[in-house]
Design a protein around this ligand. Structure first.
Ligand SMILES: Nc1ncnc2c1ncn2[C@@H]1O[C@H](COP(=O)(O)OP(=O)(O)OP(=O)(O)O)[C@@H](O)[C@H]1O
Ligand SMILES: [Mg+2]
Length: 449
């Protein structure tokens, strides 16, 4: 009988008598691993972790087992978690080096290899080091790729069902003239005059990042943009992409971009882009890091043709966004979507009331008294005012239409939701306004001419 068998059998027998014996389970898991029974090792580490969920050695063992089973994403998650808890075992860094290598992130592979060896010189593995150096030299110019790049694509595209054809356009958006102009420059004029743009070697499309307080029309405008140019519209919440099983997020992201490319002209709208906020070098956030690289790759359009695609991103927290997004060719325009001014509020109220049962409503008066209200706030005011008419309508058995006074009463009691955001934004604009990115906020707040 081979040696390993007796060792494993003995441990298994001992466990029969003492099934929840943590040291025994740990030893069995290590022994499985030692004899290259990786699947069994993985299962046993997991079993032991059920008894002692915080045990870092067990987690490290599990990460090694995941890696050995080719589950690099899962391994990475565990490694990240250990690092986040200040666990710094030398072999953790070596494992991280191997994971980075598997993910074609050769620079970090080398860095972590060096950390591991500096902590424990017996971990040195010259063959691995040669491999890393070779890959670095080969890939000086290459960009990180999706893990699943060689997988065959689903013909219809996975994401065709997310395509929309919005039936609103710029006339449904009050105010925001500067944003509309910027969008016109990037996509509307180019689509109308493609020959001129081509002659000048200009691409049609690009990336614009909209930021501002909630409810001020970022999503609404994105949708209206697609309607304005009669283009397809795809809305993606970054949190949804991140929620998809991690190993697939990059592939899914690629398919989203591909769906946009096959359906150009197309407005591709990414909401909550700040969810991709962590700095790319932040090891604790490997999920984000891969996705960011993939996102930038797709956005750059070096490998792919993004002609006719307008990528709009929206965020309430631009300060969390990796600066790599803001480079030319990516989201190179950062536009502040401020709370609507008086004229815009009047327009928004007119739009909101267009199909509502109203009597005489002077939207000018309501616009006047709703300084700081977002579009969503105005919508809430209209909804509340309509609700306030319901009891009377029931009593009179007919729709009692809204009047100016109803709206005035509700507005007077309503607290606008933009103030808190503006307070936060003010601090960033005053104290962390690198290269003047947030000058628009200062101007809006009258802090700078
Ligand atoms: N400028 C506007 N013109 C017309 N309606 C608007 C405008 N701004 C906001 N609205 C109305 O308010 C609602 C909320 O706006 P929207 O969802 O676009 O805000 P947002 O900026 O995307 O907010 P968030 O940051 O919370 O995602 C819209 O559905 C729309 O009805
Ligand atoms: Mg939105």
């Amino acid at each position: 009988m081979p040696d390993y068998n007796s060792e494993i059998l003995q441990l298994q027998a001992a466990l029969q008598y003492s099934p929840n014996n943590l040291p025994l389970l740990h030893l069995l898991a290590n022994t499985y691993f030692k004899y290259q029974f990786y699947t069994e090792a993985e299962a046993t580490y997991k079993e032991a972790l059920l008894i002692d969920p915080q045990n870092k050695e067990l987690k490290l063992g599990l990460a090694h087992a995941f890696y050995a089973c080719n589950k690099t994403d899962a391994a990475h998650i565990v490694v990240e978690e250990l690092l986040a808890h200040q666990y710094t075992a030398p072999s953790l860094y070596m494992l991280l080096a191997r994971l980075c290598f598997a993910e074609k992130d050769y620079k970090n592979a080398k860095e972590n290899y060096e950390i591991a060896v500096s902590k424990d010189k017996f971990l040195a593995d010259n063959d691995f080091l040669v491999e890393i150096n070779h890959a670095i030299n080969q890939n000086k110019l290459a960009v990180p790729m999706s893990h699943n790049a060689d997988e065959v694509e689903d013909e219809d595209g996975f994401f065709t069902e997310i395509l929309e054809k919005p039936n609103i356009n710029f006339s449904d958006v009050g105010g925001m003239e500067n944003v509309k102009e910027e969008i016109a420059l990037k996509i509307i004029h180019p689509l109308r005059n493609p020959d001129i743009y081509k002659a000048f070697g200009k691409k049609i499309g690009g990336g614009i990042l909209l930021y501002g307080p909630p409810g001020c029309g970022k999503t609404h405008l994105a949708r209206a943009t697609a309607g304005e140019i009669n283009a397809a519209f795809i809305a993606v919440g970054i949190n949804d992409v991140l929620d998809m099983w991690m190993g697939n997020s990059e592939k899914n992201l690629h398919e989203i971009f591909d769906t946009a490319r096959t359906n150009a002209p197309c407005v591709l709208f990414f909401d909550e882009v700040d969810a991709l906020g962590a700095s790319r070098s932040d090891m604790r956030n490997a999920t984000n890091r891969f996705l960011i690289n993939q996102f930038l790759d797709e956005l750059d359009g070096v490998k792919y043709n993004n002609d006719g695609i307008l990528v709009l991103g929206a965020t309430n927290s631009p300060w969390y966004l990796d600066t790599a997004f803001k480079r030319p060719g990516r989201f190179d325009r950062l536009i502040f979507v401020a709370p609507p001014d008086k004229i815009a509020r009047e327009k928004i109220l007119d739009i909101l009331l267009a199909e509502k049962p109203i009597d005489k409503v002077d939207t000018k008066i309501i616009a006047q008294m709703t300084e700081g209200f977002s579009g969503a706030d105005l919508k809430a005011v209209v909804d509340l005012a309509i609700e306030s008419k319901i009891p009377e309508s029931i009593r009179q058995n007919r729709l009692v239409p809204l009047n100016t006074n109803d709206l005035r009463q509700v507005s007077a009691q309503y607290k606008p939701t933009t103030r808190e955001w503006l307070q936060t934004a003010r601090n960033y604009a005053l104290y962390s306004n690198e290269s003047g990115s947030y000058n628009d906020i200062l101007t809006y707040l009258n802090l700078k001419k």
